[in-house]
Design a protein around this ligand. Structure first.
Ligand SMILES: NC(=O)c1ccc[n+]([C@@H]2O[C@H](COP(=O)([O-])OP(=O)(O)OC[C@H]3O[C@@H](n4cnc5c(N)ncnc54)[C@H](O)[C@@H]3O)[C@@H](O)[C@H]2O)c1
Length: 338
């Protein structure tokens, strides 16, 4: 029988962006392991798209088929929609809602959704004394030298990374103004895992390459596949969020595996399970492309007690059965270009 922790009994948890990849994993984690009231606030997918053709909000009801809590449809950029959250008096807010697509160039839209809305949610925390745990990003480091450390080389290369840096700066201002407030920002690196298929072309490279291999027996990599990223499995990201609930020290922390791995390394992991397939190396069309990211997680370990449990090999092995199910169902068609 599943062990249920009752330490959060009677507590109210808000997850903004709870219909998305990381938010839905958090919601389902709390439902499975804790007695707490979980409320999701998300704008869900509409038919609206950005000029890059991607959906304006990526949340999908299929991520929440097993969710038993309350779902509120709303836009974090609408003060009227946010008012619906006022009467709950949340104990914890996990703020995941954002324009998560790093290729959106509309600066006004990205900053409004990612920065202004965060300020409104911080004000809600001040009023209700909720603890805020929010999603920042490795995007704040742009193409700075790795390993990436808090307070060093924070030079974002796109408006998405800039928006997350502005959230982190705002956090420091609020902590100075309201010393009793508890805020933890988590700079996620490259997250992969269950419930990301709805992100389409912005889903992780682990999913994209797996589906290419399954579908076409061939994957495409930018020359020569040696660019490195810190790939972190969703279960480690959930762990970091849960640890942040008890952190005595507010602040901003890196959340990665602590190791940089290449795209060729993903291919090697996939071949262990899927067998042989071809690799085609193509020219990289992007003028901006990170060549090496790697989370320095010394402070995350010390102050949050976070210990990543999934190497790339273990994470991919754990994830592949779900990817094979996605492939069998045909939902992959948005991701794999034929
Ligand atoms: N996945 C990663 O690798 C990664 C890395 C770094 C940071 N992050 C951050 O983590 C958070 C979650 O990312 P994700 O990968 O789960 O992305 P996601 O797009 O799957 O989730 C974001 C959710 O926010 C919702 N949303 C978007 N705009 C909204 C609005 N105006 N009002 C209400 N809801 C809105 C979407 O519908 C979606 O469900 C984001 O803040 C993202 O920037 C993710």
């Amino acid at each position: 029988m599943q062990y249920i922790d009752d330490s959060l009994e009677g507590k109210k948890i808000l997850i903004t962006g709870g219909a998305g990849f990381i938010g839905s994993n958090l919601a389902l984690y709390f439902q499975k392991y804790h007695k707490a009231e979980v409320v999701i606030f998300d704008s869900f997918r509409s038919e609206k798209t950005f000029s890059n053709g991607h959906f304006k909000s990526l949340g999908h009801f299929k991520n929440l088929l097993d969710f038993k809590g309350e779902v509120i449809v709303g836009d974090i950029t609408s003060k009227e929609d946010l008012e619906r959250l006022e009467s709950f008096n949340f104990d914890y807010i996990f703020h995941q809602a954002a324009i998560s697509d790093t290729t959106v160039m509309n600066q006004e839209a990205v900053l409004r959704a990612n920065v202004n809305a965060y300020k409104d949610l911080l004000d809600l925390c001040v009023r209700s004394n909720a603890r805020m745990i929010y999603a920042s990003s490795a995007g704040v480091y742009g193409n700075s030298h790795a390993p990436n450390s808090i307070g060093d080389g924070e030079i974002p290369e796109n408006v998405y990374g800039f928006s997350k840096l502005m959230m982190d700066n705002l956090t420091q201002k609020y902590l100075q103004r309201y010393p009793e407030l508890k805020i933890v920002g988590l700079r996620y690196f490259n997250v992969y895992g269950e419930n990301e298929v709805h992100k389409g072309k912005t889903a992780s490279m682990i999913l994209q390459l797996s589906l290419q291999a399954l579908r076409q027996k061939k994957v495409r990599l930018f020359k020569m596949g040696e660019q490195k990223r810190d790939f972190v499995y969703i279960q480690d990201v959930v762990q970091a969020n849960v640890k942040a609930m008890e952190s005595k020290k507010s602040g901003v922390y890196n959340v990665g595996s602590g190791n940089a791995r290449s795209f060729n390394a993903i291919v090697a992991c996939l071949k262990m399970d899927l067998g042989e397939f071809a690799v085609e190396y193509i020219d990289n069309p992007y003028t901006f492309f990170q060549t090496h990211t790697e989370a320095n997680i010394v402070l995350t370990k010390e102050f949050l007690g976070y210990t990543p449990r999934f190497s790339l090999e273990v994470g991919v092995k754990n994830y592949l059965p779900s990817i094979k199910a996605i492939h069998a169902s045909g939902v992959w068609s948005e991701i794999v270009q034929e």
